[in-house]
Design a protein around this ligand. Structure first.
Ligand code: HEM
Ligand SMILES: *[C@@H]1O[C@H](CO)[C@@H](O)[C@H](O)[C@H]1NC(C)=O
Ligand SMILES: *[C@@H]1O[C@H](CO)[C@@H](O)[C@H](O)[C@H]1NC(C)=O
Length: 322
């Protein structure tokens, strides 16, 4: 007995010593070093969304596209230099990602509030995503913190790892699986499309060619703003209420009013598990909110740099020069 107890005490001590070394993220990472960090991020996110509600959607998407390319390491924010081709011009990102200027404003404000450079750009993206969800009517969740910023970025990796909107369900599942995420995560995280907009060029093919899987009136209304050619940047909302973190996205899918091919793939009316999940979330706001927070924490945990890996970038657009 005593030997077993001793063993477990010893084991617990070893664990306690090793966990920080393994770089676990924690919700109170900035509590001592800069208690103003999180309130400052929230304030600027709220201001940006008050000015333009779509900015909340754009900030959430930045975090997603950051995490799906070599983990949540702020790599998405690096500008191109003569020696580095970053992720901003990758196919899914070019002319599409927004919010970089808001991230710059957050970073400057946080560096002021913290009297120094202590909050990583990767953490700013994770917190700004959560604050956007809340500002647009969703429920809150505790973001785990302590990520550090990458000193590299990769356009090729962005092209290879971010799922394309013309993928079929098996390929969407395979893509998420390659990131350690399951079907449930796919359905729940796609619920972020309850916010924001897509360009005509992204969904054009669907409204002219996929007439059997799309509601007729809905397709006709989209064809009115998205012609067979031209007007590539003409925007349509991803669901019926693009500034409200509600269940309309799932309700639209059940009614065959998904905007993107990849959205409608989650509900095909074949009674599959994906269908069941979409149906469930279309009817249960609380279940969606709870599942979304859990899935976002999972997304945010993807291969962060921690401890002494990477750096805390002074300017989110560039690697530190020292
Ligand atoms: C499942 C695979 C996904 C695909 C294929 C996909 C694809 C897309 C596309 C094509 C757009 C429109 C881009 C444009 O018009 O240039 C978009 C917008 C958006 N995506 Fe996704 N997405 C996926 C998952 C996600 C996830 C997991 C999140 C966040 C957790 C997310 C958040 C958003 C948001 C918020 C917008 C609107 C952005 C804005 O209005 O600025 N998406 N997505
Ligand atoms: C990105 O978009 C710009 C502006 O539309 C375009 O000039 C450029 O060629 C694009 N870059 C890539 C790599 O596709
Ligand atoms: C419809 O699909 C065909 C074949 O994939 C494609 O060539 C054509 O451009 C599509 N039409 C539109 C308007 O997207």
């Amino acid at each position: 007995m005593a030997a077993a107890q001793l063993f477990f005490t010893y084991f617990a001590m070893i664990l306690a010593i090793m966990l920080p070394a393994f770089g676990e993220l924690s919700p109170d990472f900035y509590e001592e070093v800069c208690p103003l960090a999180l309130p400052t991020i929230k304030l600027i996110v709220q201001q940006a969304i008050a000015f333009e509600s779509r900015m909340g959607a754009s900030l959430i998407r930045l975090h997603f596209h950051d995490c799906f390319v070599n983990g949540c390491d702020g790599s998405i924010l690096l500008d191109d230099t003569p020696s580095l081709t970053g992720e901003k011009t990758a196919v899914p990102n070019n002319d599409s990602l927004r919010g970089f200027d808001v991230v710059d404003r957050i970073k400057s404000a946080v560096n002021l509030a913290c009297l120094g450079n202590v909050v990583s750009c990767a953490d700013i993206l994770a917190v700004a995503a959560r604050d956007s969800v809340v500002a647009l009517g969703g429920s809150s969740y505790d973001v785990l913190l302590g990520r550090r910023d990458a000193t590299t970025a990769s356009r090729d990796a962005a092209n290879a790892n971010i799922p394309a909107p013309f993928l079929d369900l098996p390929d969407l599942i395979a893509n998420f699986k390659s990131h350690g995420l399951g079907l449930e995560d796919l359905v729940v995280l796609s619920g972020a499309h309850t916010l924001g907009f897509s360009r005509c060029v992204v969904y054009r093919n669907r409204i002219y060619n996929e007439t059997s899987t799309i509601d007729g009136d809905f397709a006709a209304s989209l064809r009115a703003v998205c012609p067979p050619s031209g007007d590539d940047d003409s925007l349509s909302p991803l669901d019926e209420s693009p500034a409200s973190f509600d269940t309309a996205y799932y309700q639209d899918l059940v009614e065959r009013k998904g905007l993107l091919h990849s959205d409608q793939q989650l509900f095909k009316g074949d009674g599959s598990l994906a269908d069941e999940l979409v149906q469930k979330y279309s009817e249960n706001l609380d279940a969606f909110w709870a599942a979304f927070g859990v899935a976002m924490i999972k997304l945010g945990n993807m291969s962060p740099l921690t401890g002494s890996d990477g750096e805390i970038r002074e300017n989110c657009r560039a690697v530190n020069s020292d």
